[in-house]
Design a protein around this ligand. Structure first.
Ligand code: AHR
Length: 627
C-alpha cells in the first residue's frame, strides 16, 4: 500500500512538474511572440567596441534609422576591443537566427574568415573598416585616403609659407583607416618643403593616451606647432595636454566631425580645432541598405564610400544646415523625375551593354530618360550637359570621357541646382561637391587583378617576361587606373617588363593596328598582351593570328570587361583572362536617384560587384551572363 502510494505520489509530482514547465514554456513563448509582434526581419549588429565616440555615434544612427521600420528588430553586441569576443558575438547572433549581419571590426584581418563563413548563409554588411577580399554583401565606409589628402591640404593652406613642425597622431597601429589616411596625408605634405613631420604617435583612438603621449613628446621637442590627429577625440587629448602645459598657438586638425558636446563640430566652433573632416559612420545607410537587401531590391552595389566634408570655423554652421536641407530639396522633385544622360560613345560592346542597361532600368523605375550620345567627344558631352541644364531636367548623369575639363559645366549645373551623377568613369577634380555621387568600378583593382593572375600563372619563371600594353583612351579614368593597378603589383618583380604601351582608344580596330605595329617591332620578344578592354584584345588576337602566332598559347592575352565576345574567345582558347568591368549600372543609377528623391544620404562613391574569368571558370559562369 505504502509502495503503491509512493508510486502514485511520484506520478502526480511528475505531472505537476510537467504542467508547471508547460505553463512557463507557454508564457515565455507568448511573451517573446508579444515582444516581437509584427517583426519580419532581425538584424544583428556586431560592434567592435563602444569606447570610441565614433562607434557610439554609429550605433545611435543605426538605432534611430531602424526605429523607422516597424517590422525590424535589431540586436546589438559589443566586443569590447576583443577579437575573440567578436567571433563569439557573431556565433551567438547566428544562433539567435538573425536574417542579416552588420559588422564593424577592429581588426579586419582576423575576422575575414568568419565573415566569409556567415556570408555563405545570410547577407553581411561590413561597416566602417574594410576587410580583406570581397566575401560580404556590401561594404559601407569612408574614403580614408581622401580624408588624409584633405587633411594634408588643410595643413598646407593654414601654414602658407611658414615653417611647420608637425606630429601625426594615429589610431590603432596598422589598421586600414590609419594606413590609408597616412598615405593620403603624406602624398600632399611631401610637396611642401616647409612642412616637417617631426614625430608620429600611435594613440589607439584613445583621448587619454593621446594626451599622455603628447605631454611626453613636448618635453623633448618644444618646437612642435601643428598636430594632425586621426580622430577628434585624440585631438581633444592633445588640446588638454597643451592646456596643462600652458602652451598656445598650436594648430590642431582632427577627423570625425561628430555632433554633441566635445564632438568635432563643437571643437571647431570653440576654435580648439582648426578643422575636422566628417567621417560619417554609415550607420543610417547600413540600415537602409540592409532593408533593401532583405526585401530583395535591385541595384545594390558592392561597395559604398561615404562623402568626406571639410569643416572649419567658416562653414561649420552651413554644414549642419545643408545636412538638414537635403530632404527639402529632393522632396520637391518627387512627382516627376526627368533624367538627362550623356553617354561616352559607341566605342565598345561594353558601352553598348551599358547603354541598354541605363535605358531598361529607367523604364523599370519609371524615370523619364533623355539620352544623348557624345560619340567620344568631350565637347559634345559638355554641349549636351548644357542643353540639359537649359531644359531644366531634374537630374543629369554622364560618364566623363576623360578625367578633366568639365569643371565649368559642372559649376553651371550646381548654380542651376541640378544634381549631377557620374557613372562608370570618374573625374579628377579637387572639388567633389560638383557631383552627387559616382557609380562604377574600382579600375585600379581591375588592373591589380590582371597582374595578380599573371603573377600566379608565371610563378617560378625566372627569365624575363615581356608585356605589351594596349591602353584605353588617353586621360580616361579606366586607362589611368588600370595601368596604375597593373604596374603596382608588377613593380616588385624585376623580371616583368612592359616593353611597349600605347593607346588603342578602347576600339577593336585600333587594338588590332597597334598590335600589328608591336609585332613588327618586337615580334618574338612578346610573351604577354595586357589590353585595357576586350575589344582591343579581340583586335590584337586577329593581328597575332595574321602574324602567324597562336594567341592564348604562344602569347598570353589578358583583358578587361568580360563581354560575351570575350567569353567566346576564352572558349576558343585565344584569350586567357578577362577581368570583369560591370556595365550593368542602370539599376544602381536609378536606385540612387530614387534614394535621393526620398531624402536619403547619398554616398560619394558606389562600387559595383565584379569577378574574373579565365578559361577554367568561364564555362561555369557563362549561363548567368547578362552581356
Ligand atoms: O569606362 C569603361 C570602359 O570604357 C570599358 O572598359 C571599355 O570597354 C569602354 O569603352
Amino acid at each position: 500500500m505504502k509502495a503503491g502510494f509512493r508510486i502514485k505520489k511520484r506520478y502526480w509530482m511528475a505531472i505537476l512538474v510537467l504542467i508547471i514547465l508547460g505553463w512557463f514554456g507557454y508564457k515565455a513563448a507568448h511573451a517573446s511572440h508579444q515582444s516581437n509582434e509584427g517583426t519580419k526581419f532581425v538584424i544583428g549588429v556586431s560592434q567592435a567596441n563602444l569606447t570610441e565616440p565614433w562607434r557610439v555615434a554609429m550605433n545611435n544612427e543605426i538605432k534611430s534609422e531602424s526605429d523607422r521600420y516597424k517590422d525590424l528588430h535589431v540586436i546589438y553586441t559589443d566586443a569590447a576591443h576583443s577579437i575573440d569576443k567578436q567571433k563569439q558575438d557573431i556565433n551567438k547572433l547566428l544562433d539567435f537566427g538573425i536574417d542579416l549581419l552588420i559588422i564593424s571590426t577592429n581588426d579586419s584581418k582576423s575576422l575575414t574568415p568568419i565573415i566569409a563563413k556567415v556570408h555563405k548563409k545570410i547577407p553581411v554588411i561590413v561597416l566602417g573598416r574594410a576587410i580583406d577580399g570581397y566575401d560580404y554583401s556590401l561594404f559601407i565606409g569612408p574614403a580614408n585616403e581622401v580624408i588624409g589628402r584633405n587633411a594634408g591640404q588643410l595643413v598646407a593652406d593654414l601654414a602658407g609659407d611658414k615653417k611647420v613642425n608637425l606630429v601625426e597622431i594615429q589610431g590603432l597601429s596598422q589598421s586600414p583607416p590609419v594606413i590609408e589616411r597616412s598615405k593620403g596625408f603624406k602624398e600632399i605634405i611631401e610637396n611642401h618643403p616647409n612642412i616637417h613631420q617631426v614625430d608620429t604617435i600611435v594613440a589607439d583612438w584613445n583621448r587619454d593616451k593621446a594626451e599622455d603621449e603628447v605631454i611626453k613628446r613636448l618635453k623633448k621637442n618644444r618646437k612642435i606647432n601643428f598636430v594632425f590627429a586621426h580622430s577628434d577625440a585624440m585631438a581633444l587629448g592633445v588640446h588638454r595636454a597643451l592646456e596643462k602645459k600652458g602652451i598656445q598657438g598650436f594648430n590642431i586638425i582632427g577627423v570625425d566631425g561628430l555632433e554633441g558636446d566635445d564632438g568635432g563640430l563643437d571643437l571647431v566652433r570653440r576654435n580648439i580645432l582648426k578643422g575636422t573632416f566628417a567621417y560619417r559612420t554609415g550607420g543610417k545607410e547600413s540600415i537602409q541598405y540592409a532593408m533593401d537587401l532583405l526585401q530583395g531590391k535591385s541595384g545594390i552595389p558592392k561597395k559604398i564610400l561615404l562623402r568626406v566634408n571639410k569643416i572649419t570655423k567658416d562653414n561649420v554652421d552651413q554644414y549642419v544646415q545643408t545636412k538638414q536641407n537635403t530632404l527639402n530639396i529632393s522632396k520637391q522633385q518627387k512627382n516627376r523625375i526627368e533624367l538627362g544622360f550623356v553617354q561616352v560613345g559607341k566605342e565598345s560592346s561594353w558601352r553598348a551593354a551599358n547603354s541598354s542597361s541605363i535605358k531598361k532600368a529607367a523604364q523599370d523605375f519609371g524615370i523619364e530618360l533623355k539620352f544623348k550620345n557624345a560619340n567620344q567627344s568631350m565637347n559634345n558631352q559638355i554641349k549636351a550637359i548644357r542643353n540639359f541644364i537649359r531644359e531644366r531636367v531634374d537630374i543629369i548623369a554622364f560618364s566623363p570621357i576623360v578625367q578633366t575639363g568639365y569643371e565649368d559645366v559642372l559649376k553651371e549645373a550646381k548654380m542651376a541646382g541640378i544634381p549631377v551623377i557620374l557613372t562608370d568613369r570618374e573625374l579628377s577634380l579637387k572639388d567633389d561637391t560638383l557631383w552627387l555621387t559616382s557609380i562604377g568600378s574600382d579600375f585600379q583593382e581591375e588592373g591589380r587583378r590582371a597582374a595578380r593572375w599573371l603573377l600566379e600563372q608565371t610563378k617560378g619563371v625566372k627569365k624575363n617576361i615581356n608585356i605589351v600594353e594596349l591602353q584605353g583612351t588617353p586621360g580616361a579614368s579606366p586607362t589611368v587606373y588600370r595601368k596604375k593597378g597593373f604596374e603596382e603589383l608588377l613593380r616588385n618583380h624585376s623580371n616583368y617588363h612592359i616593353i611597349a604601351s600605347q593607346s588603342g582608344d578602347f576600339t577593336k580596330e585600333a587594338g588590332r593596328s597597334v598590335m600589328k605595329d608591336y609585332l613588327e617591332k618586337y615580334g618574338e620578344e612578346i610573351q604577354v598582351v595586357y589590353a585595357h578592354n576586350d575589344d582591343m584584345a579581340l583586335g590584337a588576337i586577329e593581328a597575332i593570328e595574321e602574324y602567324g602566332k597562336r594567341p592564348g598559347k604562344d602569347i598570353l592575352i589578358i583583358s578587361v570587361d568580360a563581354t560575351k565576345e570575350a567569353f567566346n574567345a576564352l572558349f576558343a582558347g585565344k584569350l586567357n583572362l578577362t577581368v570583369e568591368c560591370n556595365p550593368m549600372l542602370g539599376p544602381e543609377l536609378m536606385k540612387v536617384i530614387m534614394d535621393y528623391t526620398e531624402g536619403k544620404e547619398i554616398p560619394v562613391k558606389i562600387v559595383t560587384e565584379e569577378g574574373i574569368f579565365s578559361q577554367e571558370n568561364a564555362k561555369r559562369d557563362f549561363i548567368n551572363r547578362a552581356y
